[in-house]
Write a protein that binds this ligand. Structure first.
Ligand code: 5GP
Ligand code: ZN
Length: 114
């Protein structure tokens, strides 16, 4: 998936403001933040979206969620609160076809989303 922008960020072929990186995941600031804290967390291995994610390794999904939870602490939004968003597919508003979790925080947010 060399043409995938997030694969290229994960492969250090494209610059990004990286917050955290390990063997499985990478976290970097969104290019167009919508909240004071807006970080994207991706699995390094390409998958188009949550809908395509394999059921084979549920522990991977657990580790991703714990990673995001720990990042919220590091980024200082754990106590004030934050929102996780996984836009999935066309009606979900997904624009980049590589699974990513939006970690949003730093200001109060409304519900429901637009
Ligand atoms: P989606 O709409 O697919 O849920 O979210 C994609 C997000 O990726 C958007 O918030 C967009 O601003 C961000 N984005 C798109 N291209 C890049 C890029 O090249 N670098 C970074 N850091 N963020 C990007
Ligand atoms: Zn990709």
């Amino acid at each position: 998936m060399l043409e995938c922008v997030f694969c290229r960020i994960a492969g250090h072929e494209l610059p990004a403001r990286v917050v955290d990186e390990d063997r499985e995941f990478m976290a970097f600031h969104d290019l167009h933040p919508v909240t004071p804290v807006h970080v994207l967390v991706i699995p390094k291995k390409h998958v188009d979206s949550l809908a395509q994610w394999s059921r084979a390794d549920p522990a991977l999904a657990g580790r991703l969620l714990i990673k995001v939870r720990d990042l919220a602490v590091e980024l200082g939004v754990s106590e004030s609160g934050y929102r996780l968003v996984i836009n999935t597919g066309y009606e979900g508003g997904q624009t980049v076809s590589h699974l990513h979790v939006h970690l949003l925080g730093g200001r109060p947010m409304q519900w429901p989303p637009g």
